[in-house]
Design a protein around this ligand. Structure first.
Ligand SMILES: Nc1ncnc2c1ncn2[C@@H]1O[C@H](COP(=O)(O)OP(=O)(O)OP(=O)(O)O)[C@@H](O)[C@H]1O
Length: 455
């Protein structure tokens, strides 16, 4: 674009400057008219100044300013929605509507009736930072599964990182398009990692950027994922999350490590009991947890429905790494049956007695899945196939967007959890507790045990 140069003649120069001034004023008016959230307060202040005096106008101006600052502080996203970006959002909405017909047609989501194309109706577009939701009234004869199957094509067509589809009401679905990946980079220990509530132990972050908390007291946790998917980072994030309760003695952690101590041995000091030497020793540990649980259940019968952990009677967390090694792959049938019986008993009766299991498995096959319904909290890390996702999280979760087989190998610690109440699955990433931090935690909690022994 070429810029016009100012004329040298004085008369022409005045005309030229006036023209520029009028053009600038028109541009400013257009700028304000297209931003009603800014124009409206200015109009109100000017009117108040004219009608009630400029002192009142200034007070109103100050009030509006303070209200905007408070809105910015209290709800940055609402501030952005209302003040900063309504025009950009309207433009994005128009772009969706413009591209809707060709994209649905190319993705095979339209239908033909009597020679005409029937297009699903784009009923609403909701734009939030990095996440867009499209509400769609499906064409008659379609069901949610057709749209769920087309998620990869829909994501690619709208240049989104991922797309998920879920039901809103009969015949109406919502497509969630994500453009940023808040979980792309590893998370260290998070600022909220210091909670002492055993029902809300902080372990990482959800894809919305909110804290990811897990209930330890009152729930058993199952973590399924291929080797290197980051299962142990969840275990360590959980143990770090309850470390203050371990230090005070209201929680006691035990570990079963069929990999001979290679997985959990680095933090052995965290555990009051640690079994890794042989299957017999590991099974005996599980059986003594069952004995403790049964004794506690007998004591509490008729008195309490849920045991409240105390220093004298602590909550017991039993971490079982590679659960299937004991319950599916152990060649000695007697030991395998004993391990299966002990794990089943803990899962069935442990929650009320504050005896909980955290079980990990690389291979969520049928033998392990037979326990699945007894684990209220289930996490699917990177897996080999969509069918394995359903084995871990429950039927239909893969179709609802838990695409754990698509998690890049370069993103260990990322996984999906099934939402409580059967809603759509949520993507999460566990904090990564580095080996040095685990050693420190282990030394710290290990020295506590030594002090107790000496006392
Ligand atoms: N949450 C995380 N954030 C970033 N990196 C991680 C995270 N969790 C694990 N890693 C990295 O991935 C590697 C493998 O993780 P980890 O040992 O936890 O996997 P795993 O699923 O327990 O594997 P296996 O089943 O073989 O024991 C770790 O050494 C670490 O470098």
């Amino acid at each position: 674009m070429t810029r016009s140069t100012a004329p040298a003649d004085p008369t022409e120069l005045v005309g030229y400057l006036l023209g520029r001034l009028v053009l600038g004023a028109l541009r400013a008016i257009w700028w304000l008219v297209s931003r009603p959230s800014i124009a409206a307060p200015i109009v109100v202040v000017v009117l108040a100044g004219q009608l009630l005096g400029w002192a009142v106008g200034l007070v109103i101006l100050g009030g509006v300013g303070i209200a905007l600052i408070m809105l910015r502080v209290i709800s940055p996203s609402l501030f952005r929605r209302l003040i900063t970006s309504p025009r950009a959002r309207a433009k994005t909405r128009r772009a969706y509507r413009r591209r809707w017909l060709p994209i649905t047609e190319m993705c095979g989501l339209t239908k033909r009736l009597d020679g005409t194309t029937v297009v699903p109706r784009l009923a609403g577009v909701d734009i939030d930072e990095g996440v867009h939701h499209l509400t769609v009234a499906m064409v008659i004869g379609q069901h949610t599964g057709v749209w769920q199957a087309a998620c990869p094509q829909i994501a690619a067509a709208f240049a989104a990182r991922s797309a998920r589809v879920y039901d809103v009401q009969p015949g109406v679905i919502q497509i969630e398009l994500r453009f940023h990946d808040l979980l792309a980079d590893p998370l260290g220990r998070l600022p909220w990692a210091a909670s002492s509530d055993l029902r809300q132990v902080p372990v990482g972050m959800t894809s919305n950027g909110t804290p990811w908390v897990l209930p330890l007291l009152g729930s058993h946790t199952f973590i399924g994922g291929v080797t290197g998917s980051g299962k142990s980072s969840i275990v360590w994030a959980m143990l770090a999350g309850v470390s203050s309760a371990i230090r005070t003695g209201t929680v006691s952690a035990w570990a079963v490590d069929p990999k001979g101590g290679m997985e959990l041995g680095i933090g052995q000091g965290v555990f009051d009991r640690f079994a890794c030497e042989s299957t017999v020793v590991m099974v005996e540990l599980l059986e003594s947890a069952v004995a403790l649980m049964d004794e506690r259940c007998r004591r509490l019968a008729g008195i309490a429905r849920q045991h409240v952990p105390t220093v004298d009677d602590p909550m017991l967390i039993i971490v079982v790494d590679e659960l299937s090694t004991l319950t599916a792959y152990e060649p000695d049938a007697k030991l395998r049956n004993r391990a299966t019986a002990a794990v089943s008993a803990l899962l069935a009766r442990g929650r009320a007695a504050a005896v909980v299991v955290i079980g990990c498995a690389q291979d969520p096959r049928k033998e392990v899945v037979s326990f699945r319904s007894l684990f209220p909290t289930r996490i699917a890390m990177r897996l080999d196939s969509g069918s394995q996702v359903d084995m871990v999280l429950g039927d239909g979760m893969h179709a609802m967007g838990a695409r754990a087989e698509d998690i890049p190998a370069a993103q260990p610690g990322v996984g999906y959890i099934a939402s409580e109440g059967g809603g759509e699955p949520q993507m999460v990433r566990a904090s990564y507790i580095r080996d040095e931090e685990i050693r420190c935690l282990s030394d710290d909690l290990g020295s506590r045990k030594l002090r107790e022994d000496v006392a």
